[in-house]
Design a binder for this molecule. Structure first.
Ligand code: SAM
Ligand code: SF4
Ligand code: SF4
Length: 337
């Protein structure tokens, strides 16, 4: 196990498998910027499955036990179950998860389950076709996502729902979403809108805080009680409806930052290592892999980077100031949240 400068161990690895997406969410890949001529990565620029598995093995030897595949939209990466097969068989990796917008789950859920995937997080920001179509930038309705959620559950995957809440855009959907997924028996996690990347026009006034979300659900759905955290580095604050086992999570990256227990490293689709979601600089692991560097030397380089990590972006974020200090941050669709 290796620790950073704030004694945070390296335990989780998020791997983006593509920078492409079939959605154009307003807060992630606004369609005005990510148009038909946008220069997405070529096949050569992406890490191939052997390279991803090799890195995962090195990270596992350094203490990583959990991997999450993300993107862009990870299900757009051809043959993803083959990668899952490789990752789930690495010694030390106890859990591999996937974050997806869900529309391709009817096609792939069974193959993903067969390849060893146990759980999936599906992003859905509204139950209104109109608002969801606006948010995803493609006019796609809610039904394809609900079908994806059903397909995943039918295939035996544990499903969690992620909803990014933006004040004035979809905060009226907090209560209907909470009710719908309480009845469906899936945990929903509300995510405070974040200033990731450089193109979503974020400001603090667009954030609905954890406390406001809990209050609204308590008032209009059912009172909640806190559930004690289960492990160091847990991202969501957990609650359950009083007297039930049905949980709700809140990812309070803005109003109640959790940098103090952040154990996550991220690898972008083109193989750069980032030690924070809001990083301005990464390390080109792809170049090192392709240079023929032996695994033990590469492991030493990664350990050195982690040992010198002191990122605390969310904990230090002010209304108009942040750790990036005006530099360009990595975009969400490169590192996948
Ligand atoms: N395409 C997949 C999806 O949407 O689930 C995986 C990648 S997406 C970048 C991962 C997660 O980040 C999604 O749940 C998405 O809603 C969330 N996300 C993207 N931009 C965000 C932002 N500005 N603030 C908070 N969450 C954001
Ligand atoms: Fe695509 Fe996910 Fe970003 Fe939406 S949040 S544009 S689905 S990568
Ligand atoms: Fe971790 Fe950076 Fe998020 Fe803080 S801001 S929790 S250090 S990823």
């Amino acid at each position: 196990m290796i620790n950073d400068l704030l004694q945070r161990p390296l335990k989780d690895l998020r791997i983006s498998v593509t920078d492409r997406c079939n959605f154009r969410c307003v807060y992630c890949m606004p369609k005005e910027i990510f148009g038909p001529d946008y220069p997405f990565l070529s096949k050569q620029e992406l890490l191939n499955f052997q390279e991803i598995a090799r890195l995962a093995q090195i990270f596992a030897a350094l203490g990583v036990t959990k991997i999450r595949l993300t993107g862009g939209e990870p299900l757009l990466r051809p043959n993803l179950p083959l990668l899952l097969d490789k990752l789930t068989s690495i010694e030390g990796i106890q859990d591999v998860a996937l974050t997806t917008n869900g529309v391709l789950l009817p096609k792939y859920a069974a193959d993903l389950k067969a390849a060893g995937l146990r759980r999936v997080s599906v992003s859905l920001d509204s139950l209104s076709d109109e608002r969801f179509g606006y948010i995803n930038g493609r006019g796609i309705g809610v039904e394809p996502v609900l079908k994806g959620i059903e397909a995943a559950a039918r295939a035996g995957l544990k499903v969690k729902i992620n909803m990014v809440v933006q004040k004035g855009v979809n905060d009226q959907d907090i209560v209907p979403m909470a009710k719908y997924f309480k009845d469906a028996g899936h945990t929903i996690r509300f995510i405070e809108y974040m200033d990731v990347g450089n193109s979503n026009g974020w400001n603090l006034d667009k954030v609905v805080t954890k406390q406001e979300i809990i209050d609204r659900i308590g008032r209009h759905v059912m009172p909640l009680e806190a559930v004690p955290g289960q492990y160091f580095g847990e991202v969501a604050s957990r609650y359950r409806y009083k007297g039930t086992e049905q949980e709700v999570g809140i990812i309070s990256a803005v109003s109640d930052a959790f940098c103090g227990t952040c154990t996550r490293a991220r690898i972008s689709a083109n193989g750069s290592l980032y030690t924070c979601l809001f990083a301005t600089e990464g390390t080109d692991l792809r170049g090192l892999l392709r240079s023929g560097m032996p695994d033990d030397v590469l492991a030493g380089r990664i350990a050195h980077i982690w040992n010198n990590r002191d990122n605390q972006y969310s904990a230090k974020r002010g209304r108009d100031t942040n750790e990036a200090g005006g530099k360009q941050k990595i975009e969400m669709f490169y590192i996948g949240g």
